[in-house]
Design a protein. Structure first.
Length: 109
């Protein structure tokens, strides 16, 4: 029997961009999508591989230092104004999973 790897992603922000990404990524096989739009993230980030943060959200700068120090999590920033996706911390930039996530995000913006 074939097992499918499920990657967990947390989208942070309250923008239309994050809402749109949430709905699009939920349709992608192999991805389990969570969303946080408050000023605090859940204390337990176990199992989360990617955190995607809206860099234009006023609350994001307060959380970035904590998120950048979270082991085994790849932190990605999105900026809808400049239409950019930036790998901020963690992860292997050339790994197939990271490249796939960056591609999905760019395509969804």
């Amino acid at each position: 029997m074939e097992t499918t790897t499920v990657h967990k992603i947390l989208l942070y922000g309250s923008s239309i961009l994050i809402a749109r990404l949430t709905s699009k990524l939920q349709l992608q096989p192999g991805w389990e999508v969570f969303r946080a739009d408050g000023s605090e993230l859940a204390k337990d980030l176990d199992g989360i591989e990617f955190i995607v943060a809206d860099l234009r959200d006023a609350r994001t700068p307060r959380l970035l230092p904590r998120l950048a120090k979270t082991p085994s999590v790849t932190l990605i920033g999105l900026d809808a104004l400049t239409n950019t996706v930036t790998l901020l911390a963690g992860g292997e930039p050339q790994s197939p999973t990271t490249q796939g996530m960056l591609f999905l995000l760019r395509e969804s913006m």
